[in-house]
Design a protein around this ligand. Structure first.
Ligand SMILES: *[C@@H]1O[C@H](CO)[C@@H](O)[C@H](O)[C@H]1NC(C)=O
Ligand SMILES: *[C@@H]1O[C@H](CO)[C@@H](O)[C@H](O)[C@H]1NC(C)=O
Ligand SMILES: *[C@@H]1O[C@H](CO)[C@@H](O)[C@H](O)[C@H]1NC(C)=O
Ligand SMILES: *[C@@H]1O[C@H](CO)[C@@H](O)[C@H](O)[C@H]1NC(C)=O
Length: 364
């Protein structure tokens, strides 16, 4: 039989930690309060009954082992379990293109593992809340531009969007906007090659200042203009080591050149924007069709994997898998076999936001 003191301590721990565990399942504050209250009552009753029913203490012990489960990793890996609905529009016109002719929507797959993560398409106020006061930077090629457009679509109104679209799509230029209402600063940095990304990261290190959320991606330009997968791999490894040396805390890498001094000891949230599915026959120039073959794309993917820059292979960056999103949305979601409809990048934005939610809940 347990002593009253141990039991009391145990009860206090359960009341404290079960709701914290629940936070991993994205319960709202109200639901957490409800759980705390319900648990408190259950345990109070349990504590008083325990001396009379030895089996109750066994029951209480078995409950504690259930709630210790950590679902964080499984939720990260379920983030891309997205299904698409692509339907021909009623006013289908064979002369116009896919973007116009097909209606697309997406949702997280219905399955118990995905349901328990409670992913959500965040609305404007939620996004405002989440990104309030943050500095977000997206660096890369045109894919990254489309990603920025989808992110802005969640925080700006339609007039502001028109303005943003105009300045964002100036050829080969950077772009910056401060969304005053939520105090969010967003930078797009034109960085078509991995070496450009490495330069950017080295710059953060020198200035001892870096964004809260950093999304990077490259590969298409390298594939088109250099067409050498192993060279791409080398450039990714350089990027990886420059990022690793930037991170103040990186459990995976031990003491690999930590930044010391006045830099705050927070880590940025790092994401990698993956290569899209390439539909060779739809690519719009001869050079693209010749260089950007399926075989070459596979070789580039392999280099990405082997560079170990992604979290799933032990690296620092979390993948936003444009490859699988665009593959699943399919041929009706692209006009040029390389850039996809806004809805594909929108899904990637929601994946990023939900990943941030998982991470921030864990920090509570
Ligand atoms: C096809 O889509 C592009 C944008 O993706 C648009 O600029 C172009 O006008 C469209 N073409 C037709 C024939 O609708
Ligand atoms: C952002 O945070 C500040 C305080 O840090 C708060 O005053 C403001 O209302 C917040 N804005 C939004 C849109 O959440
Ligand atoms: C990106 O890198 C390439 C090759 O290293 C260089 O020629 C180019 O000027 C860089 N572009 C930018 C925008 O920094
Ligand atoms: C491809 O890149 C690698 C590594 O940079 C280099 O050693 C090799 O010579 C390049 N191959 C070709 C065909 O240029």
């Amino acid at each position: 039989m347990l002593g009253a003191v141990q039991l009391g301590l145990f009860a206090a721990c359960v009341v404290l930690f079960v709701p914290m565990g629940m936070a991993g399942w994205h319960l709202s504050r109200n639901k957490m309060l409800f759980f705390s209250g319900a648990l408190f009552i259950t345990l109070a009753v349990g504590v008083h009954l325990t001396p009379y029913f030895p089996s109750v203490s066994d029951f209480v012990t078995s409950v504690s082992s259930i709630v210790v489960l950590d679902d964080r990793d499984s939720c990260f890996s379920s983030l891309h379990e997205i299904d698409w609905e692509v339907k021909a529009r009623p006013d289908f016109n064979p002369l116009s293109n896919n973007s116009v002719n097909y209606e697309k929507s997406w949702y997280w797959r219905r399955s118990s593992s995905v349901d328990s993560c409670e992913f959500q398409k965040l609305k404007r106020p939620d996004v405002a809340d989440l990104l309030n006061g943050s500095w977000v930077m997206v660096a890369g090629d045109s894919q990254a531009r489309f990603f920025v457009l989808s992110l802005l679509n969640l925080v700006l109104d339609s007039n502001q969007m028109e303005l943003a679209r105009g300045s964002l799509f100036k050829r080969h230029s950077n772009y910056q906007i401060v969304v005053d209402e939520i105090g969010m600063k967003l930078d797009f940095i034109w960085a078509p090659y991995t070496t450009n990304l490495t330069d950017l990261v080295m710059g953060f290190k020198q200035k001892r200042n870096y964004p809260d959320v950093l999304v990077m991606g490259s590969g298409l330009w390298h594939m088109l203009h250099i067409t050498n997968a192993s060279d791409y791999g080398v450039s990714l490894q350089l990027l990886r080591s420059s990022i690793t040396s930037l991170l103040p805390i990186s459990p995976e890498f031990g003491t690999d050149g930590p930044v010391t001094g006045s830099v705050s000891v927070r880590s940025p949230h790092l994401f990698w924007l993956g290569l899209p599915t390439l539909i060779n026959s739809m690519l719009n120039t001869e050079k693209k069709r010749e260089k950007m073959t399926d075989l070459m794309r596979v070789a580039y993917e392999r280099e990405l994997k082997e560079s170990q820059i992604l979290q799933q292979f032990g690296g620092p960056l979390q993948l936003l898998d444009i490859g699988s999103l665009s593959w699943n949305c399919g041929i009706r979601c692209t006009d040029d076999g390389m850039h996809y409809d806004g809805v594909v990048y929108e899904a990637a934005v929601h994946i990023l936001l939900n990943a941030l939610l998982i991470e921030s809940h864990q920090k509570l």
